[in-house]
Design a protein around this ligand. Structure first.
Ligand code: I22
Ligand code: ZN
Length: 189
């Protein structure tokens, strides 16, 4: 029997190969996100656990830098403000922690990248529903069968796997690619 590392590696490599079919959707997503930023909107990110980490990671690629030295771009993670998360979670509901921040901060023309490996996290679903009401473009980075979020997002990228960790590894590859596409589309690369 091979080691855990080799089994994980094989699973990862097989999934990465399967992701080739997502290429047209990833290109389209990059163009849509670049259009939000070019139009003066901001990109918000949300997700739970590892996807919360992905949210702040990707937002920082925009406000900081990704590949090239260029002007800062408007990226904001809704998963990082412990006061907002604990206040909204405590006083309202954990289901509202992202939606309420989005309702306060979001404007028509903005974008929301909703990251969920199951596609079924209630707080992410509520944020996407709120974004829809506000005229905010929604991109889902999803897994498994896309869950409920697939039908709710304007565009959904589904990583077709059942293991959360493998899906997250694919999400960060796609997320980095989206950052590269944003820089290229905006003439910043
Ligand atoms: O990172 C991991 C597992 O790799 C976990 O923290 C994971 O993100 C959490 O269980 C999340 O709550 C899962 O939420 P979701 O991806 O289904 O929306
Ligand atoms: Zn994880």
């Amino acid at each position: 029997m091979s080691s855990l590392f080799l089994r994980n590696l094989d699973e990862h490599l097989q999934l990465m190969t399967a992701l080739r079919t997502l290429e047209p959707q990833v290109q389209a997503a990059g163009q849509r996100l670049a259009a939000v930023l070019s139009g003066g909107g901001k990109l918000m990110f949300c997700g739970n656990g590892g996807s919360a980490a992905d949210s702040q990671h990707l937002a920082s690629e925009l406000t900081g830098r990704f590949i090239k030295d260029r002007r800062p771009l408007a990226g904001l993670a809704l998963s990082t403000d412990s006061s907002a998360l604990s206040c909204i979670g405590n006083d309202y509901s954990f289901d509202d922690v992202f939606a309420r921040q989005l309702e306060g901060l979001g404007r028509a023309g903005d974008g929301l990248v909703a990251i969920s490996t199951s596609g079924n996290s209630r707080n992410v679903i509520r944020a996407v529903e709120a974004a829809g009401r506000l005229g905010i473009f929604t991109l889902g980075l999803l897994g498994r069968d896309g869950g409920q979020l697939l039908g709710l997002c304007d565009l959904g990228l589904v990583v077709p796997h059942s293991v959360t960790a493998r899906i997250q590894e694919a999400h960060i590859l796609i997320g980095h690619t989206l950052c590269g596409l944003i820089e290229a589309e905006m003439g910043l690369a």
